[in-house]
Design a binder for this molecule. Structure first.
Ligand SMILES: [Cu+2]
Length: 355
């Protein structure tokens, strides 16, 4: 579902935009203006660093009735006004929402836009029409996947505080700041992971930035010692998966624990899938109670104890993959969100060097 390929994004914003002149308000009266198209970039980040910025750029704009807001996808998100109590993330993002409109005609109109999953190339912008009779007011929308990703459209019949170009410049500056903060989160987490013993981190986030990575990527552990994976990502779920992909014919095959491998005495090669690692707040935000995944249990930890020295690959079945190795027929490699574990002999087997 949320495969890396589906997250392909294009960042339309120039990296350096002059923000001089932002204090100049547009003073043209509403009646004299043509309908305007406003631009919002939905998310950001850099797939090369496995990072996402889960924010609308800009996330607060003021428009007139009759205007259009063009939402350009830069990541896997939804644009949802007035979410419905009986719908879940799966409906908003994957299954479709036939009752949704793409025109905000009343304060309670249900609007839902999502990039069509599975397509190749960047999906077209989601153009939201602001109804010509929509009352002045403040209208909230959100991404139904990323629980802190919210935006506001203020509708006024009076003067507008800024132009689309001014909004874009502010948004570019915000995005540059977010990218800087994200880089700090990544290096801090990398540093911390270097000191962890018997622990690994499965994705990390703050309220905006998210890294779909394992920390560390290369783990060393002794046979017989427990290794615990913990998610620190409040945005998206992850799995810890060894061996072949869980039921490739089932689009939700990764969600539940599976495989013949025994995590308490694991040989490193049998299929073993943790199932989704995620938080209760995510279960609630995604409204999974009203979905075919209602039985999924929010768990944030997965522990595994290896029996056999060797080197083993693992991956997130959602953000990574195990694919045939082009250089070695019959062999496999892991790509995207993935890592490697070196299992050393049990400490008692090392010849008593340090006791
Ligand atoms: Cu993942």
């Amino acid at each position: 579902m949320l495969r890396l390929a589906a997250r392909a994004r294009t960042l339309g914003l120039a990296s350096a935009v002059a923000i001089a002149g932002l204090g100049v308000a547009a003073t043209i009266p509403a009646a004299a203006q043509e309908a305007t198209t406003w631009h919002v970039q939905v998310g950001g980040g850099d797939p090369n660093t496995l990072s996402s910025l889960n924010r609308f750029y800009p996330n607060d704009i003021t428009v007139h009735p009759g205007d259009t807001v063009a939402f350009a996808w830069a990541g896997f998100h939804t644009v949802t006004f007035n979410p419905q109590p009986n719908l879940s993330l799966l409906d908003y993002a994957f299954f479709g929402t036939p009752s949704a409109s793409n025109s905000l005609d009343t304060p309670t109109t249900f609007v839902n836009g999502a990039p069509s999953p599975g397509g190749s190339g960047p999906p077209p912008a989601f153009d939201l029409a602001i109804g010509s009779t929509l009352p002045a007011g403040t209208y909230h929308y959100s991404c139904r996947l990323h629980q802190f990703m919210h935006g506001v459209i203020r509708v006024t019949n009076g003067e507008l505080p800024s132009t689309d170009a001014q909004n874009q410049a502010l948004a570019a500056a915000q995005q540059a700041k977010d990218a800087k903060d994200a880089a700090r989160l990544d290096s801090r987490t990398t540093r911390e992971a270097a000191h962890q013993q018997g622990e690994a981190t499965v994705g990390v986030s703050d309220r905006v930035a998210e890294f779909v990575k394992f920390y560390p990527t290369n783990i060393t552990i002794n046979a017989g010692d427990e290794l615990t994976f913990t998610t620190r990502d409040l945005h998206e779920p992850h799995t810890v998966t060894f061996g072949e992909e869980p039921d490739p014919n089932n689009p939700f095959g990764q969600v539940f624990p599976s495989g013949t491998g025994n995590p308490n005495a694991y040989d490193g090669t049998s299929p073993l899938n943790s199932g989704f690692l995620f938080h209760q707040s995510q279960y609630d935000y995604w409204n999974l109670t009203h979905s075919i995944l209602s039985a999924a249990v929010p768990r944030t930890h997965f522990s595994v104890t290896f029996t056999t020295p060797g080197t083993y690959d693992f991956y997130c079945a959602l953000h990574g993959a195990r694919i045939p190795d082009p250089a070695n027929p019959g062999q496999f490699i892991v790509v995207g969100m993935s890592g490697h574990i070196t299992v050393l002999p049990a400490q008692g087997d090392e010849g008593g060097g340090n006791h």
